[in-house]
Design a protein around this ligand. Structure first.
Ligand SMILES: [Ca+2]
Ligand SMILES: [Ca+2]
Length: 150
């Protein structure tokens, strides 16, 4: 009898251990999202390379896995569109997409434009997957700030 009780206790203990191994809920997994739009670069808007590249959008991957952004698009309200080439955003990493020209790195991508994209008064950024589904969007409507935290 003692032996049976011990077996029953062992079975119950194993069941509890199994419950503790259930997967973490999906909402704790994070996302790829628009993080910041720096729409009014510091100083006069002279269209210099420095000024154009001080205008940027940051995208963050808060998940625990690298996410391929290849073919993803970043578009403003006037439908100026930047398309990511072959690119993977690492787990927990942020990529800065500059408006002007430059050499792409893991953390910095360049739209290669000679004019500003993000209006100083109001605009809207939309991030879409290569398949066209909207991942995130972020709008602003203020000349009092130079950037928007999304
Ligand atoms: Ca400015
Ligand atoms: Ca615009």
């Amino acid at each position: 009898m003692l032996r049976l009780r011990t077996l029953a206790a062992a079975a119950l203990s194993a069941a509890c251990a199994g419950a503790a191994l259930l997967p973490v809920p999906a909402q704790a997994a994070g996302s790829v999202h628009l993080y910041k739009i720096y729409y009014d670069s510091p100083g006069s808007d002279t269209r210099s390379a420095t000024s154009l590249n001080a205008e940027y959008v940051q995208i963050k991957n808060s998940t625990s896995r690298a996410v391929s952004l290849t073919g993803w698009t970043l578009t403003d309200a006037s439908r100026h569109t930047y398309t990511f080439g072959s690119y993977s955003l690492g787990a927990g990493k942020t990529v800065t997409v500059h408006t002007g020209r430059g050499t792409n790195t893991a953390a910095h991508r360049y739209q290669g434009r000679g004019a500003y994209v993000w209006n100083n008064d109001r605009d809207s950024a939309t991030l879409k997957k290569s398949t066209g589904g909207t991942v995130d969007s972020c709008s602003y409507n203020s000349t009092r700030a130079d950037y928007k935290m999304c």
